[in-house]
Design a protein. Structure first.
Ligand code: FAD
Ligand code: PYC
Length: 420
């Protein structure tokens, strides 16, 4: 048997091509569960993996297991449309998403893996005076906070989007847009793989096909988890299982105000480059970007009712396609290739729930709803700090579960970009 290739140079690519790609080393070790760890993380999506990586890298905590019931990134992390931006309204959100955005700027270098981060620019279109007012408020708040966004008039929108049809006959009159020049996209599954690979190199154990059935406590503190592959002891457990988090923690008396809702998207056949900015048009239920492979990536609103269905619903597809064609009629003959859904975990204020909850040693990292991909580096960084020493986690701190009881909501419904 040939030894696995360890260096991914151009010559190793050629060598592997000649040998039918059978010599590549796995990117992360497939670990078997051990009887105990210092920290167990439930959920091998972006948030679980990033927290594990920063625990090992920045805090030297390497006796960590990430337990994933399916395959890495098989949840929302590899079902999203990969949009990255930090143009949120509230100071707490600008701190969290701003930190995440700045970590994305150097993530490929940090993780030694190309995550295809592409800060190509992002416009959020306004079709009414009310939208202009709301977006201008965000632009002002962003400027005050040091996040570079500003309003642009219709002429500038047209020069960024030559294929936009906004003539006087149109249903949606264009008033302007909020522009974030460093908004963009990255490759979603590469982000999960990159964190998994580096965490694994640092000693974190990544255990796929390991379904956590319940969390064990002695009533006051966490003892570990019972899984489809046996019991695992741990004094600290973080649940990052998106919409599966509430049923996992409810038996411990932790009631999370999270609703599971289907959000869907679709991609076209690959086309030559025709759209080099990300376009959000939440007010008319749609958004669009072009992937590096040339596919148009299109999404719309959430389903209007809760559920775990993870599939398309024709009324939403029809509405999204109609609004995209109203804006870009030139796409009317483009063929759609694939369509999928994900179950997003929506909170009442459209902000995540981060921090300790219930018995001593339990943490949650969930409620990311329709917008958690962009937050993966920032949340992982802050949750690792919070798990290690609570007071080092100023960015995550406002997002505790107690904010709902205390009326400290961080209302980001207007900034979520997706109608729901
Ligand atoms: P997930 O990636 O869902 O990971 C949770 C993991 O937990 C899953 O892998 C699941 O299998 C595992 N799990 C669940 N229960 C158990 C158990 N009992 N035991 C073990 N493992 C378990 N966000 C953006 O920022 N930009 C976008 O453009 C964007 N577009 C989106 C488009 C769509 C169609 C969808 C569905 C979402 C979009 N999002 C976007 C939201 C984003 O995808 C999510 O907020 C983010 O991926 C959440 O990551 P996560 O790690 O919390 O969850
Ligand atoms: O959070 O920016 C976002 C987003 C866009 C589409 C889905 N989520």
């Amino acid at each position: 048997m040939r030894r696995p290739t360890r260096r991914y140079s151009f010559s190793s690519l050629l060598r592997e091509a000649r040998h039918h790609h059978r010599g590549w080393a796995p990117a992360w070790r497939k670990a078997e569960p051990k009887p105990s760890y210092d920290v167990v993380i439930i959920g091998g999506g972006g948030h679980g993996l990033a927290t594990a990586y920063y625990l090992a890298k920045l805090h030297g905590i390497t006796k960590v297991a990430v337990l994933e019931k399916g395959w890495l990134g098989g949840g929302n992390t590899a079902r999203n449309t990969a949009i990255i931006r930090s143009n949120y309204l509230r100071p707490q959100s600008m701190a969290l998403y701003g930190l995440s955005h700045s970590l994305f700027e150097h993530l490929s270098q940090e993780l030694d893996f190309n995550v295809f981060y592409s800060p190509r620019g992002l416009v959020e279109l306004a079709f009414s005076r009310q939208s202009m007012d709301a977006l201008s408020r965000t632009a002002d708040a962003n400027r005050h906070f040091g996040i570079k966004t500003w309003m642009i008039p219709p002429d500038e929108v047209r020069s960024l989007l030559p294929m936009l049809d906004d003539g006087p006959h149109k249903r949606y009159p264009l008033f302007g847009a909020l522009y974030q020049p460093r908004g963009g996209i990255a490759r979603h599954d590469a982000v999960a793989w990159a964190y998994a690979r580096m965490a694994s190199k640092l000693g974190v154990e990544i255990i796929e096909e390991c379904d956590v059935e319940n969390i064990m406590t002695d009533g006051a503190k966490i003892l570990g988890v019972r899984t489809s592959r046996g019991r695992i002891a741990a004094g600290t457990v973080m649940v990052a299982a998106a919409a599966d988090t509430p049923p996992l923690v409810a038996p411990l008396g932790v009631n999370l105000p999270i609703e599971p809702v289907n959000l869907q998207a679709f991609v076209s056949e690959p086309l030559k480059p025709l759209l080099d900015v990300v376009v959000l048009a939440g007010a008319v239920d749609g958004y669009i970007s072009q992937s590096d492979k040339g596919e148009l990536v299109i999404g719309g609103a959430t389903d209007r009712y809760p559920g775990y269905s993870r599939r398309g619903s024709l009324p939403e597809i029809e509405k999204t396609a109609a609004s995209m064609l109203e804006l870009f009629p030139t796409l009317s003959r483009v063929r759609m290739m694939r369509h999928w859904g994900g179950t997003v975990d929506i909170t009442p204020d459209r902000s995540p729930i981060l921090g300790p909850a219930g018995p001593d040693g339990l943490f949650v990292n969930c409620g990311w709803g329709t917008g958690g991909f962009k937050a993966i580096p920032g949340s992982g960084f802050s949750m690792a700090a919070m798990i290690t020493s609570g007071n080092a986690a100023r960015v995550a701190e406002p997002y505790g579960l107690d904010r709902f009881a205390q009326g400290r909501l961080i209302d980001e419904s207007a900034a979520s970009a997706v109608a729901h």
